[in-house]
Design a protein. Structure first.
Length: 214
């Protein structure tokens, strides 16, 4: 039997259901607002969980208001950012405004992710990440692939490197130095950048397909 997919309920749906009950509406209407089958106990449990989360979020945001991001928290923010989490998701996790998280990422020269990857028209590498030499085993950023890579072989004379491209569609590729970004400044923030290079489950680096140099 296939597993039932959990119902994703937005904050707006919860607020609508709460308002229906506050206006003396029926529990059936409240369930419909949440998009769940009519079940009084489930309705009560869901709303209680939401209210607890809402109160906890408000309390934590109040505690953090006006405080600076500490090194450990900052390292976690950067790790989640490079793992692909949206700024809004990171903000919610750390009870910080989106603007604070976004500004922190930019201030550390970590704003490398483009909204959409364009292999033939990659984004510019920020000044803090520009590098003129790379070493085998080094973790870098590929503007062409919009993700982290691990340097395999370096050709200093022709200024390009053979790399392992990280992520779900991992593969080997050749990248020019000017499309590679240094990440040593990210490591300086306490981030273990070696963990930012990932491969599909069960796939080893040496098994990755080779992509011809373009």
């Amino acid at each position: 039997m296939a597993k039932r997919t959990p119902v994703e309920i937005s904050d707006a749906q919860f607020e609508a259901a709460i308002q229906i009950l506050a206006d003396k509406g029926t529990k059936k209407l409240a369930c419909e607002a949440l998009g769940i089958a009519y079940n009084v106990k489930r309705l009560a449990d869901k709303i209680e969980e939401y209210l607890d989360k809402r109160d906890r979020t408000a309390r934590m945001r109040k505690q953090k208001r006006g405080t600076t991001i500490q090194p450990d928290e900052g390292a976690s923010i950067l790790e989640l950012y490079f793992a692909g989490d949206a700024v809004s998701v990171i903000s919610e996790r750390f009870y910080r405004p989106n603007s604070i998280v976004k500004n922190y990422i930019e201030s550390k020269g970590a704003n490398l992710r483009a909204k959409s990857a364009d292999y033939f028209n990659p984004s510019f590498i920020p000044d803090q990440c520009i590098g003129y030499s790379f070493e085998a085993g080094e973790v870098a950023w590929s503007a062409k692939h919009n993700c982290t890579v691990e340097i395999l072989v370096v050709n200093d004379e022709k200024e390009y490197a053979s790399v392992w491209v990280s992520g779900e569609h991992a593969h080997k590729a050749y990248i020019e130095f000017f499309n590679l970004g240094k990440m040593s400044h990210i490591a300086d923030q306490g981030v273990d950048i070696s963990r930012l290079v990932t491969f599909p489950e069960g796939v080893k680096c040496r098994e990755l397909p080779q992509v011809r140099r373009k």
